[in-house]
Design a protein around this ligand. Structure first.
Ligand code: ZN
Length: 395
């Protein structure tokens, strides 16, 4: 087993661990450890909410979740010799559960606390607990469903430079100040701006803590450094090429998912879990310019569940409440595809909430099928038929 460079005690809050990680992005959060290029090591992670969601049948913890705490991240890891303009090569050698915590959760956030993709249809908090047995999972809250997972970190990235952080904060504050486009949904908010409440910033203390807490970016969106990309195929065997922005790269990770559907639609939508990630790191000096890199590049690994038959639901960019025609809007089209899937599976004895939870957590493939055929974007969601242990075909 590789050396554990970041250990977590799942019974303790993140801020009280022996070595404290972080839940904001900022270049001045000190690294917890240094490694050489070529190193192999293990990083343990709490679930993204810092253990706020329990293995029980009540969704009250999802309803009452404190989102100022998210995402709790393990790191930063300083890679010796990494300089701005280099590429940090990260191999995800293995991803798995921790002993005695072989379970995960999927949630629908309440409309007034977090919301989600279909919050206007499903405004009440709900959750499903998943029992993990080796590569398989089942939920007592979604009957007759069983599938193999694709464990992956939902969130992984390097620290931004001061300049990049300032750019993020300005453009996101500008969006909020603008009020957003007229067609924006009422929920969720336009962006999460820096918020010192419950900021965890490694070993920083005193005035330095206060300064960084005010500037540090929230971890919700993916950005140029990677971050919360929620790419479901980024499982064991995957390689990620990250642009380096600060000396030492300062790599951090967390938000492990046992499985996820494309889009992670309920926002707490994957099978969220605590776990470990085995990592190998290396450097490509000067690689950012050499390969015209702006965002990270991913090379998914060879290990995936093999599902070959799907029921595919399509959606177009027309609002389901008003009938309004949207112009090539993939967000609206994917929502309609998911809603069409939910209405279909309701005919087989499931509730809408159960299928909403399932589409975000099972290995469903989301696609932009057409993005040029004015005025409708066409998106599809492909649901593997073999995950069901009851007939769900229209025969
Ligand atoms: Zn997640």
């Amino acid at each position: 087993m590789p050396e554990v460079l970041f250990k977590v005690d799942l019974k303790k809050p993140f801020a009280e661990q022996d070595v404290v990680g972080h839940n904001r992005w900022h270049p001045d959060i000190p690294a917890i450890v240094s490694v050489n290029p070529g190193a192999v090591f293990r990083i343990e992670c709490k679930d993204w909410t810092d253990g706020q969601i329990g293995n029980n049948d009540s969704p009250d913890d999802v309803r009452d979740v404190d989102l100022s705490v998210v995402h709790v991240l393990s790191g930063p890891i300083h890679v010796n010799g990494a300089e701005p303009g280099d590429i940090l090569v990260v191999d995800l050698l293995d991803v798995g559960t921790l002993p005695d915590y072989e379970w995960g959760f999927t949630g629908i956030f309440a409309r007034e606390n977090g919301g989600g993709f279909l919050t206007d249809h499903y405004p009440v908090a709900q959750k499903a607990i998943w029992d993990i047995q080796g590569i398989y999972t089942k939920s007592r809250h979604i009957p007759d469903v069983r599938f193999a997972g694709i464990p992956h970190p939902g969130l992984i990235g390097c620290a931004p430079s001061h300049e990049l952080l300032a750019k993020w904060n300005k453009r996101e504050a500008d969006l909020v100040a603008s009020g957003g486009p007229p067609w924006k949904p009422a929920i969720p908010a336009l962006a999460e701006l820096p918020n010192p409440k419950n900021a965890i910033l490694g070993s920083l203390k005193g005035a330095e803590y206060d300064r960084v807490a005010k500037e540090a970016a929230r971890t919700v969106p993916p950005r140029e450094h990677g971050g919360n990309c929620d790419i479901k195929n980024l499982s064991k065997g995957s390689r990620i090429y990250f642009p380096v922005y600060v000396e030492g790269a300062k790599l951090s990770m967390g938000d492990i998912h046992f499985s996820q559907g494309d889009g992670e639609i309920s926002f707490c939508g994957a099978i969220e879990m605590a776990g470990y990630i085995d990592v190998h790191v290396d450097l490509i000096k000067g690689g950012v310019e050499k390969y015209a890199m702006i965002n990270p590049i991913f090379k998914p690994g060879p290990v995936e569940p093999r599902y070959s038959e799907y029921l595919v639901f399509e959606g177009i960019s027309v609002d389901e409440f008003t009938g309004q025609q949207y112009y090539l809007d993939a967000h609206v089209a994917y929502r309609r595809a998911c809603l069409n899937a939910i209405e279909y599976f309701k005919k087989f004895g499931y509730t809408g909430e159960q299928i909403y939870l399932l589409l975000g957590s099972a290995p469903c493939e989301g696609r932009i099928s057409g993005i040029v055929d004015i005025p409708n974007a066409c998106c599809t969601i492909a649901v593997p038929t073999a995950i069901f242990e009851r007939n769900i075909l229209p025969i």
